[in-house]
Structures are given as structure tokens and as C-alpha cells.
Write a new protein. Structure first.
Length: 123
């Protein structure tokens, strides 16, 4: 990553962290900061925010999808499978993207992923 881009991401992270100090349940700030953490390789921090978002938005398929991505990135495949199943149950249906999302590479390497994917792609 280029130095100026790294500096910009660090600035954005600090900006959103400061917002969350004042408003810890600000959903949009949580979403953006989680994405920034993931871009920066701070997967465990991103995971913590994704878990918080699931608490705040328990019926949001995208939030569960992002949670699955975070679990996949830290190679917690059982938790990633559980989260992706929940995302699908809640209506997530962009299987073409799911099958190429780089955040899910660890999950896709598990044979159980193919079972979930093939079962839902046939619908």
C-alpha cells in the first residue's frame, strides 16, 4: 500500500474511532470502521465490530455476510460457516460475489462451503 494511502486510512480509522467514542452504537460509523480495519489487516478488530453490528442489526443479511468474512479472515471456519448460513437464511443471495470474494477464500477451501453453495445456487 502506498504511504499516502496508508496515511489516509490511518486518518479515517482515527476519525471513526473518535466518533464511536461519543456514539458507540452509530451503525454507519461501525460499518465503515469495520471495513477500514479489514482493509488494514486488522481482522480481529473488524471482527469485534461485526459482532457488535450483529447485535444491533440481528436481521440484516449483509451484516451476517460481513461477519462470515471476518471469521474467514481469521480462519475460524466453523464460525464463518454459521454466519454465512445465517446470512443466506436472512436473504443474502449474491452467490456469484460470494464465490469470488477474497475475504472468503479460507471458507471456500472447506468442503462444507461447497455443500452450502451448491444447495443454494440451485434455487
Amino acid at each position: 500500500m502506498r504511504k499516502d494511502k496508508e496515511d489516509n486510512i490511518r486518518f479515517e480509522i482515527e476519525f471513526y474511532e473518535n466518533i464511536l467514542k461519543e456514539r458507540p452504537d452509530f451503525i454507519e460509523a461501525l460499518k465503515v470502521l469495520s471495513e477500514l480495519y479489514t482493509k488494514s489487516g486488522m481482522y480481529k478488530k473488524g471482527l469485534q465490530l461485526d459482532k457488535r453490528l450483529v447485535e444491533l442489526l440481528p436481521y440484516d443479511s449483509i451484516v451476517y455476510y460481513n461477519l462470515a468474512c471476518s471469521y474467514s479472515l481469521i480462519v475460524d471456519i466453523d464460525s464463518a460457516l454459521k454466519a454465512i448460513k445465517k446470512a443466506i437464511t436472512l436473504g443474502y443471495s449474491d452467490f456469484a460475489y460470494m464465490d469470488k470474494d477474497p475475504d472468503l477464500i479460507n471458507l471456500r477451501e472447506d468442503k462444507r462451503y461447497e455443500q452450502i453453495f451448491s444447495k443454494n445456487i440451485d434455487k
